[in-house]
Design a protein around this ligand. Sequence first.
Ligand code: SF4
Length: 256
Amino acid sequence: MATEDLDNPQSPEEARRPLTPEQAERLPRVHRLLLGYYGEPKLQQRWDPLTQLIYSLLASRTHAAATQHVMRDLERAFHAGPGNWEPVRDASITEIERAIAAVTFPEQKALRLKALLEQITARVGSLSLDLLARYRTEKIRAWLEQFEGVGHQISAAVVCFSTLRRRALSIDANHLRVAQRLCLTPRADAATTEERLMRLVPETWDAARLEEHHGLIQLHAQTLCGFKDPRCKECPLLQMCPSGERNLGELRLTGD
Ligand code: SF4
């Protein structure tokens, strides 16, 4: 694995160059090794695009299990759910905040969620995103990203994980950390990292495989490759990870 490109920006010429066999093998190898170590990740329920958007908005910086609980709380509190989110849109911000209290930043998310549902209704004419299925992936993502609180990561989750089933990689803080430690692409923000990682994704990977890949990276980020003290000695990716080799080298130097 080359480490020298870690902090070098990629020029447009480099971005257009065909992949070398080593580059083309990077993501499939990561995928195979993680699949062998963790087995198939448990994937979340398949939802319509609007329900996925609500889930993704609530999920930022919140553990998946906690977000799933909150989705159920939201449905119970307002007798709402897929195909029927109007009661949440019409509730007060205080009521929404109470129902989603277990996520991080509930005040901000309650405000954003209500505004988002109202704005979608105003633009579409009803509270549904089913019309998005008619559009190209880039157009759907640009449309979603015009709403406050909906960035690259959320738009990728909506197009890939929902019934839209389009190719995209949702790069959250966990995914970004693992990709950077593995030096899969030059270091950059989440949006640029997604663009660069998508160049490494084999043509044959569909949305289901990309979701599985995301699930494996999440599992890895929460199990061995945590924010603090990654457990590199046990890691199935150690042989291809410059950061892991460096971490273990430092441990040997300090005699731990
Ligand atoms: S070797 Fe260490 S830093 Fe690299 S992916 Fe594994 S746990 Fe993360």
